[in-house]
Design a protein around this ligand. Structure first.
Ligand code: URA
Length: 272
């Protein structure tokens, strides 16, 4: 190669890198189905043996007192011939955990023969302090709602699913509602309303057994069987919800529901 000779003559040949020999690359190893087995992990260390702790009793949800005065019997409830007798029989009730924490028992109030009965959820702070249903902010609105259909609070009957305040105004549990339901049913039996208006989802679920969303079912007639009577029920929004959603649409919906309920109390035809 002439150019190599020339470079050699110039004395730079040794500065060039020797030509790399052409070597065939080894073929890649065949792809095998299973990867080589992984080395086994060392067995985990055994946890240290637990030191025995003394047995602790499992706390019960709530143990009703053995004192029969604290838990009115079914016979006492069924035997109450008037609302006053019923209130007397049940006002010391300690059947559920709401009993011991209440300030006042909130029995309910209104015309003892009211054709229209309202059922709310349970007493709040103001009701617990005063022993009367719907006397706080929601109560003020309920009074207005009743006024809007030409009635007064004294002309209707107002009660709740539970008669003692749930802590922090939470929704009563199913157990609490069930413990109180017999009292409300006897109360309804004594008042004999022509129509019941349920306020919000809780009374609709616990008294009527309808668990659908209140937004879906409000304004649609339902029924509840009490002591052989099938009573029409008009589900509507709870006044506390109306206060939170104070729109013309929500207020109109409640007004329509209450008008329908009142109209039914004034006629004899079945609304359902
Ligand atoms: N909310 C209820 O559901 N009932 C009351 O008595 C007061 C507020």
């Amino acid at each position: 190669m002439a150019w190599k000779d020339t470079l050699a003559d110039l004395g730079v040949m040794g500065l060039l890198r020797p030509e790399a020999p052409f070597v065939d690359l080894p073929a890649p190893p065949p792809v095998t189905a299973a990867p080589p087995p992984r080395p086994a992990l060392p067995a985990p260390a055994k946890p240290p043996a637990r030191v025995a702790t003394p047995e602790r009793p499992v706390p019960a949800y709530y143990a009703p007192p053995s004192d029969p005065m604290g838990c009115p019997t079914e016979a006492a409830v069924a035997g109450a011939a008037t609302l006053q007798e019923l209130e007397q029989a049940i006002q010391g009730c300690l059947k559920c955990p709401l009993g011991p924490s209440r300030l006042r028992f909130v029995f309910g109030e209104g015309d003892p023969r009211a054709p229209l009965m309202f059922v709310g959820e349970g007493p709040g702070r103001d009701e617990d302090l005063q022993g009367r249903p719907f006397v706080g902010k929601a109560g003020e609105l309920l009074d207005k709602m009743i006024g809007a259909i030409g009635l007064t609070r004294e002309q209707v009957y107002i009660a709740n699913i539970v008669k003692c305040r749930p802590p922090d105004n939470r929704t009563p549990t199913g157990e609490e509602a069930a413990a109180c339901l017999g009292y409300l049913r006897r109360q309804i039996e004594l008042v004999q309303p022509k129509v019941i208006v349920t306020l919000g989802a809780t009374p609709l679920r616990e008294l009527v057994g309808v668990a659908e969303g209140i937004t879906k079912v409000r304004g649609q007639w339902k029924r509840v069987e009490i002591a052989g009577r099938s009573i029409p029920v008009m589900p509507t929004f709870h006044p506390a919800y109306v206060l939170r959603q104070y729109t013309a649409e929500v207020r109109k919906a409640v007004w329509e529901d209450l008008k329908a309920a009142k109209a039914w109390t004034e006629q004899d035809a079945d609304p359902t």
